[in-house]
Every structure is written in C-alpha cells, then in structure tokens.
Design a protein around this ligand. Structure first.
Ligand code: BGC
Length: 473
C-alpha cells in the first residue's frame, strides 16, 4: 500500500481548502456566545429576541442540510461548496452593515443555511477525494477546522468586545472577521477539482480520470479506483429518498442517525455555548471560564488526526465516551457539593477544581473522538447511490439535536438542579458505548467500495469494515 508520504501535495491542498468549510461551521457555532452581549447592547434585544436570533441559525442549518443532498447531486460537490462560500461571504459582509434586526435575523438564517450545506458537502467531498489510506486523517480535518473556527471567533470576539467600546463598531468588526474567512474559502474553492465519484455518477469518466491523475500517483491506482467506483455504480441506480426503505440501506442509516444523535446527546454544545454560564454558577469567571473549552477543544483535535488511522474509529469512540462519562459524573458531584453552599463565597476550591478538571477531561474526550469520528463514519458508511440521502438525514439529525439541547439545557438545569444535566449526559455516554459495541462498524483502511460490497452481501453491521471474502465476489 502506498505510504502517506507518497501522496501528492495536491491531495493535501484540496483537502485543506475544502476543510475551510469546517472553519466556517466553527466560526458560526462560536460566534453567538461571545457576541450576544454586544448584539444586545446595539439592538436592545429582549430575551425572546436573543433566543430567536440564536435559534434561527439551527433552523437555517436544518434547511441547508435538507437541500444540500439535492444540490450536491445536481450541481456537484465543488459547486455546492462554492455556493456555500458565496452565501457566507455575501451575507456576512451584509451583516457588517448592521441592518434592521429582522434583516439581520434573515442573514443569520442564510448563514445557517450555508453552514448546513458545508456540514454536509465537506465530509462527503473529503471522503470521496482522499485516497483510502489517508481518508480518515483528511476527514478529521473537517472537525479540526470546526474547532479552529470556534477558537478563533472566541478569541477575536472577546478581544473586540474588550477593546472596542462602541457596540456598533465592535459588531461590524466581528462580522468583518467572519467575512474575511468566508472569502478565503470561496476563492480557495475555485482550485478544487470535482469529486471523481460524482463525475463517474454523472457518466463523465474522462474527467474523473483526469482528476485522479492529479491526486494519485500511478496508472494502476487510477485503474483500481475507477474499477471500484464502477463496480459500486453497477448496483441499483437513481435512488431518491425511497432508498431508506431498502433493508441494507436502512441498517446503516440507523447507525448514522444514532451516531449523530449521541454526538449531541453527550452534551457537547451545552459546553461550547454555555460553559461561561456554567462556570458562572460555580462563581468562576474571567478568561478561564471563557477560553478553556474552545482552547482544549481545538488542541486535542490534533491527536485525533493520526489516532483515527492508528487506533481506528471504534477504539476512539470507546475511549472518548468513557472519558466523557467519568468527567460528567465528576462535574455532577462537584455541582452537588457546590449546591449545598447557598453563598458563592462559601464555595471551596475543591469543587471548583474538580469542575474545571472535569470540563477539561470532557472536552478532551469529545475532541479526540466523537467530534471527528462521527462526521467521518457518516461520510463512509453509505453506499454511493444513497450517500447524499444518508448524509442529508444524518446531518439534519445532528442539527436537530443540537438545537433541542441548546434550547432546553439552561431551563433543565434551573428546573432539576445544576448537577442533573451532567448525570443525564453521563447516562447518554453509557448508552453510546453499548450502541458502539453492538452496531458500529470499524471503517479504518477499507475502501468505500469494499464496504458497500459487504453491505449488499448481508455482512452484519459490526463486521462491515472487514475486507470482503474474495470467495463471495
Ligand atoms: C459538532 C458540533 C460541535 C463541534 C464542537 C462538531 O463535531 O457536530 O455540534 O459544536 O463539534 O467542536
């Protein structure tokens, strides 16, 4: 097998540019938390207005994800990415003019729409363009860029809010920062080649070969890839949404849906959005409260890039879920200790330290596993003809559960006590571990076509990632 070092630079360039879509995802995820105060000051937002301005992003994301499957099929992967980049750039730039609140909200919806497209098309594009041996690492780039985006926007928004006193100027600068990154992705998108798998799907074999010539080294590798794509294309074609009714597809769809559901139910976005609030409940404020989560989240996504190929996907999912399980129980216990002290000054160092360590371990656990691996596996498990349908549905599930948690987490803590939500998340970690053990295939190192062959031949889910037995072909 070709070693990583032998892959052409173009592969890394195209993957990096495509992963800029992940950066936009992250910039948007991280934007609200640190700009809401400035927005409130400038637009005099009431609480319901704040909520609806925040929530409209998720709505846009769901619609974007819904349409992105159709867009990716009709326009192709590259043009869909360009479209997302264009919407992102234009809408962020327009937001910087600080229009009326209703228009600004419409812009936020459009940003969510673009993120929805990017969150679907980027993993799809990466999985289809990167050679099998480095597919995992390249796919993980998407998650890395999400975390870089969250980190960058946290730093820049906190900095802008602290140095620029005038709220209008501060907001304009915040939106211009996003515009700059969006423009980078949009322009970078023009150098991307189209996905060879999509070209083959459209019967444009010559162009597919031309792309492969740029990304792999030898004629033998080109022939091998073309052969495998062709074999995959010989299955039943033209599947629309009806494909979900086919047994073999339905099985992997359930795996993808549950993976995305658990990725959110372990509580990650409650941390990403509300960590400063949660630390505030324990009377912890300042830079540690604001920056711990984005920093740890970004730093520990780096090891995931190589671990995902060395350890494989499943081992990472187990290790990550276990770390999150233990740390959430610890956070719950810390809050129970804190809860017995009505007076903030009476909260000792012990529970605060435990809480901080628990959050660090939790974010570490997520960043190195469920963050990257879920998006990656969802881009790998679906057969080509139904990959858009499968990824559309699983991406929508991600946005839906993210939205549900964001909309209810603080009320839940208020109603059932601060510790309760952490115990709830640890319960979901247990369920996630059981689910991985029973149903999730190891997808490391196998080609997408080999996996599809297994799927159609009734290989059980857990063994889907094992190399096909030549005797059955
Ligand atoms: C999740 C996002 C989350 C991000 C945090 C992604 O994998 O899908 O919802 O905000 O990770 O890094």
């Amino acid at each position: 097998m070709t070693s990583k070092g032998q892959y052409k630079t173009i592969v890394f360039v195209i993957c990096s540019v495509a992963a800029l879509g992940g950066l936009l995802f992250g910039l948007d995820q991280g934007f609200i938390a640190n700009s809401l105060e400035t927005l409130t000051e400038h637009y005099h937002l009431s609480v319901p207005q704040k909520e609806s301005y925040s929530a409209v992003l998720a709505t846009g994301g769901i619609v974007g994800a819904l349409l992105s499957g159709v867009l990716a099929r009709i326009l192709g992967r590259k043009k869909s990415l360009l479209l997302a980049g264009f919407i992102f750039t234009a809408v962020s730039a327009y937001s910087a003019l600080l229009p009326d609140l209703s228009i600004l909200s419409a812009c936020r919806f459009a940003l969510g729409f673009a993120v929805g497209i990017a969150s679907f098309v980027v993993p799809l594009y990466l999985s289809e363009t990167a050679p099998a041996a480095i597919r995992g690492s390249m796919g993980t780039l998407f998650q890395l860029m999400i975390t870089v985006g969250i980190f960058l926007i946290s730093v820049s928004n906190v900095y802008i809010a602290h140095t620029v006193a005038n709220s209008a100027t501060a907001l304009t600068l915040m939106f211009l920062t996003i515009t700059l990154f969006a423009a980078l992705m949009f322009l970078g998108g023009f150098i991307l080649p189209e996905s060879p798998r999509w070209l083959m799907l459209k019967g444009r074999r010559e162009q597919a070969v031309a792309v492969l010539r740029r990304t792999v080294n030898t004629q033998a590798e080109i022939d091998q890839e073309i052969h495998e794509i062709e074999q995959a294309l010989h299955g039943p074609q033209g599947a629309g949404i009806g494909i979900v009714l086919r047994g073999y597809f339905f099985k992997v769809l359930v795996v993808g849906v549950l993976l995305q559901m658990f990725q959110q139910l372990v509580g990650i976005n409650v941390m990403i959005y509300y960590a400063p609030t949660i630390f505030g409940f324990a009377s912890m404020k300042g830079i540690i409260a604001m920056m711990t989560v984005p920093t740890v989240n970004m730093l520990f996504t780096f090891p995931a890039i190589s671990l995902v190929e060395r350890w494989g996907r499943k081992k990472l999912l187990y290790v990550g879920a276990l770390m999150m399980l233990i740390s959430m129980v610890a956070a719950g216990l810390a809050f129970q200790a804190i809860g017995t002290h009505p007076d903030a000054a009476a909260i000792g160092h012990g529970p605060k330290t435990v809480l901080l360590l628990a959050v660090i371990v939790y974010i570490f656990g997520f960043a190195v596993s469920w963050g990257p691996v879920v998006w990656l596996v969802c881009s790998e498990i679906f057969p080509l003809e139904g990959r858009e349908v499968g990824m559309t549905i699983t991406t929508m599930v991600n946005w839906t559960f993210a939205g549900l948690l964001m909309a209810n987490a603080l009320t839940f803590m208020e109603t059932f006590g601060n510790a309760s939500i952490f115990y709830l998340f640890s319960g979901f970690c247990v369920l996630a571990i059981v689910f991985v053990a029973l149903f999730v295939p190891e997808t490391k190192g196998i080609t997408l076509e080999q996996m599809e062959f297994n799927l159609r031949n009734g290989v059980p889910l857990r063994r889907l990632g094992q190399r096909p037995d030549p005797a059955r072909g």
